[in-house]
Design a binder for this molecule. Structure first.
Ligand SMILES: Nc1ncnc2c1ncn2[C@@H]1O[C@H](COP(=O)(O)OP(=O)(O)O)[C@@H](O)[C@H]1O
Ligand SMILES: [Mg+2]
Length: 245
């Protein structure tokens, strides 16, 4: 099947400024995923998972390498074209939720739909929030919610867009196990219906239920498991955590 996303030799280096040496965050990553695939990314904290997701989605500029989405190199797009691609094809669940504090929960959830002039079905939002076991009032501001509730709003915002390429950065980190399972099933259903889902997680049991797992260490892909099981991922993570020479 043709890839929806391809990343070739992507690197990201941060220039801290002053006398400090440049800091490599991603070092020559190769990544390809097809529609219908559910890919997970595991790795120790600080290994570059969030940076990788941000680069793959065009949120963060690369230092080197190429990313193609639907065969189009991101580097060839103007800022406006990139914004359009991000609105029409991508959705992103942020590790830090990124909700707009001045908007209500409902307005946050439908904002991507509004921006792309899609019809807004409030009942569909209410149904989704009930499925996600969201108990709070949809007319409140995000600041009135718990971390877990805010995370559900961020997830709902991404799920409502029907994007073909979904990036999820530890989407269930703040949630109880039942909510985790429900959200995992939602992401799986998106992949079954033909979307490509790329999810960062710390949960080995969740990763073992995806189609393929990448393990990141120090900005490099340390291992790829195309038939992940909990046991194998546990062992691979242990060796990724080991102290380096
Ligand atoms: N803008 C930045 N400036 C300086 N260091 C950064 C920046 N972004 C990320 N880093 C560093 O890069 C490393 C990888 O970060 P990140 O991608 O957030 O890792 P992960 O999501 O795997 O925990 C960390 O050591 C982090 O401190
Ligand atoms: Mg992270």
């Amino acid at each position: 099947m043709t890839a929806i996303i391809e990343a070739h030799r992507i690197s990201k280096t941060i220039a801290p400024g002053g006398q400090a040496a440049p800091l490599p965050i991603l070092r020559g990553i190769e990544f390809t995923a097809a529609p219908g695939e559910f890919v997970s990314i595991l790795g120790p904290s600080g290994s570059g998972k969030t940076t990788l997701l941000r680069c793959l989605s065009g949120l963060t500029a690369l230092t080197a390498g190429t990313i193609l989405i639907n065969g189009q190199p991101l580097s060839a797009l103007s800022a406006k074209q990139l914004a359009l691609l991000r609105r029409t094809t991508l959705s992103y669940i942020f590790q830090s939720y990124n909700l707009l504090p001045a908007l209500s929960v409902l307005e946050n959830i439908v904002l991507p739909l509004r921006l792309s002039h899609h019809p807004i079905n409030v009942q569909a939002v209410q149904r989704l929030m009930a499925e996600l076991r969201f108990k709070a009032d949809l007319h409140q501001r995000p600041a009135a919610l718990s971390g877990g509730e805010q995370q559900k709003v961020a997830i709902a915002r991404a799920l409502m867009t029907k994007a073909k390429l979904i990036f999820a950065d530890e989407p269930t980190g703040a949630l109880d196990s039942l909510s985790r399972a429900i959200i995992f099933d939602k992401l799986r259903a998106l992949a079954v219906s033909g979307a490509c889902v790329v999810m960062v997680t710390h949960d080995i049991a969740q990763a073992a239920k995806t189609d393929r797992t990448l393990i990141l260490r120090d900005g490099r892909i340390a291992a790829i498991d195309t038939r992940p099981t909990e046991r194998r991922l546990f062992e691979a993570m242990q060796s990724a955590e080991q102290v380096r020479p």
